[in-house]
Design a protein around this ligand. Structure first.
Ligand code: COS
Length: 380
């Protein structure tokens, strides 16, 4: 077993870390406060191919693997969870096309994303107001009409909603068929009848755009169905199986940022005549934080490595997601605690990190859903 990254992976990690330190960190607070979409940073990320690193070379991307992407995403998460999510969730939205697209669909849709001078994003449209964890109960309808489908419904909490060039929209052709009626459609943002509703005003992850999508008689050619009618639920599940280690990695990057802040603060904050890092209560917290970050990262690396080998990693991906993001919340909570009252103030980075951490336990399947997926695998 080799725990070392390759020379290429180390170079990639350095490059993305420098990008996060020089291009993300300096503007992270500004975007957190304004809630504006960080197009300027996204454009710079696109020049490094970070917005489409998972797109294979034949479609214009660098064709990086899952482990490479987990390395990238950890560094972006260290920079800012909001900006990292805008980039990483674009990578996730690429997956349905990659996993289920025809050659023609891949050329058309992946090809759109790979012009570094004209960065374009995509989005994953599964969640609805009444279908969150219970994804199979979605209500958006698709009715066949000749060579087209007519889509009507509503999506919510869609990352990159309103800034994406195209969407994978999941709709049912027959609600009575439950998950077997769900079908995945590639929908261009400029299709008549497609519009963006409410833009959410969030607690954290504020640099990423979260929006409602409204579909009113949206006509989509049958050639834009992914994998075939009734296959959409499987496309969604396979996408999530593949994407979850990346979400865990955002958590690892965030936790690392919080740990660094807590360590530095505890070295310079003197109470009872010595730096608080020399108080055993704080020293043990630091030890636990460092250990958690390491085991979370190892789980993310293992799941990503398994996916790169083409192995079934449903169980391991869920572990990586929930451990990576639970660790992020735990480490951020301790980092605020170590800062005492100062940690609650906006002058200190840990205040932002704490707010950013919470959403990671909810997105991409709540951490309770991860345990459900994992236990179903154990009991199968
Ligand atoms: N990977 C591949 N296939 C899967 C799967 C997975 N992780 N989970 C379920 N399936 C398949 C099953 O094998 C079954 O197929 P067959 O009947 O053909 O054998 C089918 O999908 C239905 O499975 P199940 O009966 O378990 O479906 P449920 O409706 O009970 O789904 C979960 C349960 C929790 C797995 C699903 O609703 C889910 O993932 N919810 C979370 C959604 C989510 O993550 N949302 C986040 C927002 S998107 S960013």
């Amino acid at each position: 077993m080799d725990f070392a990254l390759t020379e290429e992976q180390k170079a990639l990690q350095r490059t993305v870390h420098e990008f996060a330190a020089n291009e993300i960190r300096p503007v992270a607070r500004q975007y957190d406060e304004s809630g504006e979409f960080p197009w300027e940073v996204i454009s710079k990320a696109a020049r490094l191919e970070l917005t489409y690193s998972g797109v294979p070379e034949e479609y214009g991307g660098p064709g990086l693997g899952m482990l490479d992407n987990v390395i990238i995403i950890e560094e972006l998460g260290w920079g800012c969870v909001g900006i990292a999510s805008a980039i990483a969730l674009n990578q996730i939205a690429i997956l349905p096309v990659l996993l289920a697209g025809t050659e023609e669909q891949k050329r058309e849709y992946l090809g759109r994303l790979t012009d570094p001078d004209n960065p374009r994003l995509c989005a994953f449209g599964l969640t609805e107001p009444e279908a969150g964890s219970d994804a199979a109960s979605l209500k958006t309808r698709a009715v066949r009409d000749g060579d087209e489908y007519v889509l009507n419904g509503q999506k919510c909490f869609i990352t990159n909603g309103g800034v994406a060039d195209f969407y994978t929209v999941f709709a049912t052709v027959d609600p009575a068929k439950k998950y077997q009626g769900i079908t995945a459609f590639l929908v261009d943002a400029d299709t008549p009848g497609f519009s963006v509703g409410k833009i959410e005003h969030k607690m954290g992850m504020r640099a990423s755009r979260t929006a409602e999508l409204i579909l009113e008689d949206v006509r989509v050619p049958a050639s834009r169905v992914l994998r075939g009618e009734g296959q959409g639920f499987y496309v969604a599940m396979e996408t999530l199986d593949t994407s979850r280690p990346g979400v865990g990695a955002i958590g690892v990057g965030l936790a690392r940022a919080a740990f660094e802040e807590a360590l530095a603060y505890s070295k310079q904050r003197v109470q009872f005549g010595k730096p608080i890092c020399r108080q055993q209560a704080i020293a043990f917290m630091l030890a636990d934080m460092a250990t958690k970050i390491d085991y979370a990262r190892l789980l993310c690396y293992r799941a990503a490595w398994m996916l790169d080998q083409g192995m079934n990693a449903i169980k391991e991906s869920s572990m990586a997601k929930y451990v990576g993001t639970d660790v992020a919340m735990e480490v951020c909570t301790d980092a605020v605690q170590i800062h005492g009252g100062y940690g609650y103030m906006k002058d200190y980075l840990v205040e932002k990190l704490f707010r950013d951490a919470k959403i990671l336990q909810i997105v991409e399947g709540t951490n309770q859903i991860q345990r459900l997926v994992l236990s179903a695998q154990l009991l199968a």
